[in-house]
Ligand binder design. Structure first.
Ligand SMILES: NC(=O)C1=CN([C@@H]2O[C@H](COP(=O)(O)OP(=O)(O)OC[C@H]3O[C@@H](n4cnc5c(N)ncnc54)[C@H](O)[C@@H]3O)[C@@H](O)[C@H]2O)[C@@H](O)CC1
Ligand SMILES: Nc1ncnc2c1ncn2[C@@H]1O[C@H](COP(=O)(O)OP(=O)(O)O)[C@@H](O)[C@H]1O
Ligand SMILES: [K+]
Length: 513
């Protein structure tokens, strides 16, 4: 699913009204009706007090449409207009008059703090103050109004955006953002819904199709792609009857050091579970028995050193390499990586300590194999690309790094992003149960296993992140977020494949974060 900028959505609005010969007013009516239907279906006429706070732009206009439809259907509604300027939009004004015509009373005009109503905890708030037209942070009494809504603790439904937050640039004042409980957003979710700094203001959201011009949407290059089940299904490659283990490649996992052999095991197990034909695990000598015992299916090669990796020698032909999990950052290991990066031919996943070695040794950057997949968590990313001012800056810096070294870079966490040059793919699966030791090692094994089966580096990353998160979702539903251990995620990868083609109980349910 495409994620568009505010500018592109404004453009889509214009193209749609022109091409489809409908007015902006029709579009607003369509948008407002969808919000009303959503509420009506859930409230079923309940007499709960509903407070609708409208701005003076088209987001406020949407709020007025919803208010009118709720009043017409007998709900107990009060509409307030935050009258911070006289520059009201045309569609706002028309709908303002329509409210008067059906309810015989004008919405309540607010011009200062004194006009704020009391909002009880059990009331419902509809936030239609600002949408994608926000052009500066709310200030003065409007900011206070937002804080008044937030302190009410009532259920808050934001229309299109939590007011005070931008769709695709950094939010400046987090104290001036509506803390929505739910957001009904038009056409497509906004980029800021997926980022750690701003995503928490839109914890649950649904995209409502308001029929913007399909051709425009189809031909417009988006800011990012959201990877949902339909996209992930297309990535899957079916096995054929006469395929054999050679078809699915030989994955080499180079991992582990004294006390950290589990990283090698988790990663190798995941490479198998995702479908690699053969897996060899290269570990320090002390890991030999551990690996052989823990994963009898894997072959084991060892370094000549007992407790760390110093020289990566192998005479097998490998289809993919995953390196770095639990290897430490000693200078002997850095030297081993220098040789591996310079000589290895197979596509590579570079994770964990290998990334830390790169951050500490510029010489490794010079030999970083092109088309590699780098899988840092935020701490490792910071060491790699330097600090960032905000989430958007982080993405821009990661894009530059990816472009400069021609590598795929992940930004791991909730909604892991896969970045390749200018392209951004946002993952929709995963949950906080996955914030547990070793889950990143499982992911590196997953991507290595997909590379070994012939998926290209970008596809292996985007698909691997999706399946890894899906396995995390399935297993956490079975045993709780708290109980999930990384090995559970590895063991559930098979269910993630099966789930890929299972019928969804809630159509599009994944979109709700
Ligand atoms: N593009 C689309 O597809 C559609 C958009 N619609 C609605 O229209 C919205 C966008 O409407 P607008 O472009 O009118 O913008 P908004 O309604 O988001 O509000 C912006 C208005 O407030 C002013 N403003 C911005 N920041 C301010 C601040 N900090 N303090 C005080 N005033 C500020 C702006 O000058 C402008 O007048 C969408 O979010 C959506 O709710 C819908 O009506 C249907 C179709
Ligand atoms: N809150 C979360 N929601 C979704 N996924 C998460 C969350 N927290 C962590 N994860 C996932 O778990 C993995 C953690 O990786 P990492 O920090 O490298 O773990 P480790 O170093 O312990 O192996 C990543 O794939 C990340 O996306
Ligand atoms: K809003």
């Amino acid at each position: 699913m495409k994620i568009f900028s505010a500018e592109q959505l404004h453009q889509a609005d214009k193209v749609t009204t022109k091409k489809h010969e409908i007015t902006s007013l029709d579009l607003m009516e369509r948008a407002g009706s969808q919000i009303f239907n959503w509420l009506h279906q859930r409230l079923q006429g309940a007499p709960v007090p509903i407070h609708i706070f409208c701005g003076i732009g088209n987001n406020g206009g949407d709020g007025l449409v919803v208010g009118r439809l709720l009043i017409e259907n007998g709900y107990s509604v009060t509409i307030y207009v935050a009258n911070f300027t006289d520059k009201r939009s045309k569609c706002f004004l028309v709908n303002y008059d329509k409210v008067k015509s059906i309810s015989k009373k004008w919405p309540v005009l607010m011009t200062s703090e004194e006009d704020f109503p009391q909002i009880n905890k059990k009331d419902i708030v509809i936030d239609a103050l600002f949408g994608i037209g926000l052009n500066r942070s709310p200030e003065g009494w409007v900011k206070k109004l937002i804080q008044h809504i937030n302190t009410s603790e009532s259920f808050t439904l934001s229309i299109d955006m939590p007011s005070g937050m931008y769709a695709d640039t950094a939010t400046e004042d987090f104290d001036a953002v509506v803390e929505a409980n739910h957001v009904l957003t038009f056409q497509a979710p906004k980029f800021s819904f997926f980022l750690p700094e701003t995503g928490k203001y839109a914890p649950y959201f649904e995209a409502l199709d308001i029929g913007l011009d399909p051709e425009f949407l189809h031909t417009t290059e988006p800011l990012a792609q959201l990877i949902l089940k339909p996209q992930a299904q297309q990535f899957y490659r079916q096995r054929k009857k006469y395929d054999h283990k050679g078809t699915f490649g030989h994955a080499l996992i180079i991992a582990g050091s004294y006390g950290k052999m589990g990283a090698a095991i988790l990663s190798s197990k995941a490479a198998f579970r995702i479908g690699a034909g053969l897996v060899t695990c290269f570990v320090p000598e002390c890991g030999y028995q551990i690996v052989q015992t823990a994963i009898p299916e894997a072959m084991t090669l060892t370094d000549k050193e007992d407790d760390l990796i110093t020289n990566i020698e192998f005479d097998i032909e490998v289809a993919a390499i995953g390196v770095g999990m639990g290897i430490g950052t000693k200078k002997e290991t850095v030297a081993a990586l220098q040789k591996l990066f310079s000589e290895a031919k197979a596509p590579m996943v570079i994770d964990a300590d290998a990334l830390n070695c790169i951050s500490e040794n510029e010489s490794l950057l010079k030999v970083l194999p092109k088309q590699s997949v780098l899988t840092p968590h935020p701490g490792e990313l910071k060491r790699l690309i330097g600090d960032w001012k905000n989430d958007f800056d982080k993405i821009e810096k990661t894009k530059k790094f990816s472009e400069k070294y021609e590598v795929v870079v992940l930004i791991k966490g909730a909604n892991t992003m896969t970045i390749f040059g200018d392209m951004v793919y946002i993952n929709s699966t995963g949950n906080p149960g996955m914030a547990t030791a070793g889950s990143g090692d499982v992911l590196s094994g997953v991507i290595t296993g997909l590379l070994s089966q012939g998926y290209d580096p970008l596809l292996a990353s985007v698909f691997g992140v999706y399946l890894h998160g899906s396995a995390g979702n399935i297993v956490s539903q079975q045993i709780s977020f708290e109980a999930v251990m990384a090995s559970d995620i590895a063991d559930t990868l098979g269910d993630a494949y099966i789930e890929l083609f299972a019928k969804d109980p809630v159509p599009g349910g994944e979109q709700q974060q």
